[in-house]
Design a protein around this ligand. Structure first.
Ligand SMILES: NC(=O)c1ccc[n+]([C@H]2O[C@H](COP(=O)([O-])OP(=O)(O)OC[C@H]3O[C@@H](n4cnc5c(N)ncnc54)[C@H](O)[C@@H]3O)[C@@H](O)[C@H]2O)c1
Length: 340
C-alpha cells in the first residue's frame, strides 16, 4: 500500500517529498506512525508533515519549511528504519524554500525543474498572470464567406490542429509560446516585453546564459510565472518595409525552427505572435503568407507531432488578415464524409 501525501501547506511540493522518500529507496507499502520526537530528532524537524496513510487515514501537515516539535515521522512496519530517511533528507525536505518568481535571487535551474515537475493545479497557484486554458481556444472554423483560392488540398486532420486567437499570448496555458525577441534575448518591448513581464525576472536570468540568438534561430527556456510551460525565443528579420528573399527565408526559419524545437522537446501545443510585423517592420500582408505556408508544410510533414498551432494575433488588422488567408492554406474539406 503506497502512502499518500495529501495537501502540502508550504510550497514544498508533493513531488519533492515523494522524490526524497523514493531516493531513500523506500519500498511501497510504507506505513507511517507518529511518535513524539526523541531528543535526537534533527534540528530542522520541528514541523508537522502532511502524510496520510490510506489505511490509517491519519493526517499531519507540513508547515512552512520547518517541522513542529510535536510531530516527526518514523518509518515502520515496512521494515524501513528511521535511519533510512536520514535527518539530512528530512532537513532537505523541510529546508526547501518556497518558490518565489518575483525575484532573480532564486536558482533558475532549480525553479524551472520544480515548476515542470508540478501538476497543472499546483502550477496554477504560481502563475503571475491570469490564464486561458487550451479548451477555451477553439479550433479555427471556416466562416463560409467567399474564401481565397486554395493553395493546398483540403485536409481536415490538419485543419483540426489550427486556431486563430486574438489576444495576449502571455495568457495561453499551452506547452510553448513563441517570443518575437531580439538578438540579445534579454527582453525589450512589444510581445517580448509582455512575455518577460509575465514570466518574471528568472526568464531573463536563464536567457542571459544562452549567448543570444541569431536571426531565424530559435532557443527554448522555461516560462516561470507564465501559464505556458516553455518560451521558444526567435529573432525575426528586420525588414522596415522592404522584403527580399533573405527576409522571407529568415522569417520562414523563425516559424520552422520554433516548431522543430517544440517537437524536439515533445511539446504539442504552440502559439505564435505575428513575428517581425511590429517594430521590425515586416509588412503583415507578406508575413502572413510566410507564417501560414511554413506551418502548413510543417504539419503535413509532421502530423503526429503537433496537436495545436495557435496564430495569436493582437491587432484587429492582423485578425482580419489571417481570417482572409487561412482558407487558402487550410481549405475546408467540402466533400461530404462518405456514410460508409
Ligand atoms: N524598446 C524596445 O526595445 C522594443 C520596443 C518594442 C518592441 N520591441 C521588440 O521588437 C523587436 C522585435 O520586433 P517584432 O516586430 O518581431 O516584435 P513586436 O514589435 O513585439 O511585434 C510583433 C507582433 O506582436 C504583437 N504583440 C504585441 N504584444 C503582444 C501580446 N501580448 N500578445 C500577442 N501579440 C502581441 C504586435 O502587435 C505585433 O503584431 C524586439 O527588439 C522586441 O524586444 C523592442
Amino acid at each position: 500500500m503506497a502512502f499518500q501525501i495529501s495537501k502540502v501547506t508550504a510550497r514544498v511540493s508533493v513531488p519533492v517529498i515523494t522524490r526524497v522518500l523514493e531516493k531513500q529507496q523506500l519500498s511501497r507499502g510504507v506505513k507511517f506512525t507518529v511518535f513524539h520526537p526523541a531528543a535526537n530528532t534533527p534540528p530542522c524537524a520541528r514541523g508537522g508533515i502532511n502524510i496520510a496513510t490510506r489505511s490509517e487515514g491519519k493526517r499531519f501537515s507540513v508547515s512552512s519549511g520547518v517541522f513542529s516539535r510535536s510531530v516527526a515521522v518514523l518509518l515502520g512496519a515496512a521494515g524501513v528504519s528511521a535511519a533510512a530517511l536520514s535527518s539530512s533528507a528530512v532537513c532537505a525536505m523541510a529546508a526547501r524554500t518556497p518558490i518565489n518568481l518575483d525575484t532573480d535571487k532564486s536558482d533558475w535551474k532549480e525553479t524551472k525543474k520544480e515548476l515542470l515537475s508540478m501538476s497543472m493545479k499546483e502550477r496554477r497557484e504560481l502563475y503571475r498572470t491570469d490564464y486561458i486554458s487550451l479548451d477555451k481556444v477553439p479550433v479555427w472554423k471556416h466562416s463560409g464567406a467567399a474564401s481565397a483560392k486554395s493553395l493546398y488540398k483540403a485536409n481536415d486532420e490538419l485543419n483540426q490542429k489550427i486556431s486563430l486567437f486574438r489576444g495576449d499570448i502571455t495568457k495561453l496555458e499551452i506547452d510553448a509560446i513563441a517570443n518575437a525577441a531580439n538578438k540579445t534575448l534579454l527582453g525589450g518591448g512589444g510581445v517580448d516585453g509582455a512575455i518577460h513581464r509575465g514570466a518574471g525576472p528568472l526568464l531573463r536570468k536563464e536567457c542571459s546564459t544562452l549567448g543570444g540568438c541569431e536571426t531565424g534561430e530559435a532557443k527554448i527556456t522555461g516560462a516561470y510565472g507564465l501559464p505556458a510551460k516553455y518560451v521558444i525565443h526567435t529573432v525575426g528579420p528586420i525588414a522596415h518595409g522592404s522584403v527580399g528573399e533573405t527576409e522571407r527565408r529568415a522569417l520562414r526559419d523563425c516559424y520552422y525552427n520554433c516548431l522543430r524545437t517544440a517537437t524536439e522537446n515533445q511539446l504539442r501545443t504552440v502559439a505564435f505572435p505575428c513575428i517581425s510585423t511590429g517594430v521590425y517592420g515586416y509588412p503583415p500582408e507578406q508575413a502572413v503568407e510566410v507564417a501560414l505556408k511554413t506551418v502548413r508544410e510543417y504539419l503535413e510533414d509532421n502530423p503526429a507531432q503537433m496537436d495545436r498551432v495557435i496564430f495569436c494575433v493582437f491587432l484587429k488588422s492582423d485578425d482580419d488578415l489571417y481570417k482572409s488567408r487561412l482558407p487558402a492554406y487550410f481549405p475546408e474539406d467540402v466533400l461530404p464524409k462518405s456514410k460508409l
